[in-house]
Design a protein around this ligand. Structure first.
Ligand code: SF4
Length: 386
């Protein structure tokens, strides 16, 4: 930790005024809470946890659709592990519950396993629930292209991929926003590069620093961001050059380009975000599970706008029952320890909301590393961007 301590000392020497930064990625939130990085910061430098947990921001509408598909006898519904425990709109209903009731729900570690499954089970319909940021979307794109190449008619995709930069812009546009600079997620940067963040930094006049996940990488990102703020410099900087290249991963970006189009999309906790998601291109619509099973489209629909966690507080479902404040946590307006259910009615073993389910969720991070509420930093004042 000596390198971290040295960087913390540099940070103290650099900062002359109060600043509020947001780490966008849930993986970074976990690392910050785990290593106590926030507790090493100088007075006046505040970190807000961002919405970068793909499981947490997947709308209840999508979970409802996945559950409905998993109840059909001809369907094998598959997705990543955390998604199986995330409640939809109905209290306590998740994909594991559907499986316990006889639904065929499978856990995958790679989307390409869905391809093998579809070939092994030609008389069943295999549906892959595809969620996540720009980091996981290329693997979904590869799955779509391979299904097309093989002419697999019994595989389809329930797509709910999201894009990070539009969500960052939405946070900056919020009335009362207090975020003055971002630590951007290094793994997203490894795919997308730096260019797509330039308009955000330019239009909003903020520093955006590509940052890694180790303690010294986080501290280096914080130092860079504060130095830019102190100098009055907006722009995109790369404090994670060992992984992030200027152009990102051109091969992965080409896959995204071939398979997906950008759409307005609901984020749980943030509402509908313009250009905030990805949908299959029209030429691949035959792979779309919503079309194949005549489900309602959800991008930009009224149902999407009414996503249960879009407001200050969840208005329906298990969150409301528990007085869950997942929406405010995802907006950076509250800390997990502010939630009355935290650590009592809501635990990783019995989660009431997605941020406690996900391995990248802020509630899970606080429960794992900072269960003692007395250790948590004070919550932001309501209505003041926090
Ligand atoms: S602790 Fe549980 S109930 Fe509270 S905000 Fe987090 S997920 Fe929701």
């Amino acid at each position: 930790m000596s390198h971290v301590a040295a960087l913390a000392a540099q940070l103290r020497a650099t900062q002359t005024r109060p600043w509020t930064l947001m780490e966008v990625c849930g993986g970074q939130t976990h690392a910050i809470v785990r290593w106590g990085i926030d507790q090493l910061l100088p007075e006046g430098l505040r970190l807000i946890h961002g919405p970068g947990c793909p499981v947490c921001v997947t709308p209840a509408t999508v979970l409802d659709q996945a559950q409905a598909l998993a109840r059909r006898p001809e369907v094998i519904l598959c997705s990543y592990g955390d998604m199986l425990r995330v409640p939809g709109s109905a209290p306590g209903e998740d994909l594991l519950g559907v499986r316990a009731a006889g639904g065929d729900v499978r856990l995958l570690t790679s989307p390409l396993q869905a391809l093998a499954l579809a070939r092994r089970e030609p008389h069943r319909q295999v549906v892959f629930l595809a969620v996540g940021f720009e980091t996981t979307a290329p693997a979904t794109a590869l799955l779509a292209l391979q299904a097309e190449a093989l002419g697999l008619g019994n595989l389809s995709l329930l797509v709910a991929h999201v894009r990070v930069p539009p969500a960052m812009a939405a946070i900056l546009r919020e009335p009362g926003n207090q975020v003055q600079g971002f630590l951007a997620a290094g793994h997203v940067g490894s795919v997308m590069g730096l260019a797509e963040l330039q308009p955000l930094a330019r239009d909003h006049g903020v520093p955006v620093v590509m940052t890694g996940f180790a303690p010294e990488e986080l501290m280096a990102g914080l130092l860079r961001c504060v130095a830019m703020l102190e100098a009055g410099t907006a722009g995109v900087a790369n404090a994670y050059p060992s992984v992030v290249r200027e152009q990102g991963n051109p091969g992965a970006r080409a896959l995204l380009e071939r398979v997906f189009r950008v759409v307005d999309q609901p984020w749980r906790g943030l509402g509908v975000i313009a250009a905030g998601g990805l949908a299959l291109r029209p030429e691949l619509a035959w792979l779309d599970a919503r079309q194949r099973f005549a489900l309602e489209a959800y991008c930009g629909t009224p149902a999407a706008v009414e996503d249960p966690c879009a407001g200050e507080q969840c208005s329906e479902g298990p969150c409301a029952e528990a007085q869950c404040i997942a929406g405010r946590i995802l907006q950076g307006r509250a800390l997990p320890s502010d939630c009355p259910a935290f650590g009592g009615r809501c635990t990783p073993e019995h989660p009431l909301g997605a941020p406690m389910v996900s391995s990248e969720g802020a509630c899970a991070a606080y429960h794992r590393y900072r269960a003692d509420k007395a250790q948590a930093r004070p919550a932001m004042a309501p209505g003041g961007g926090g």
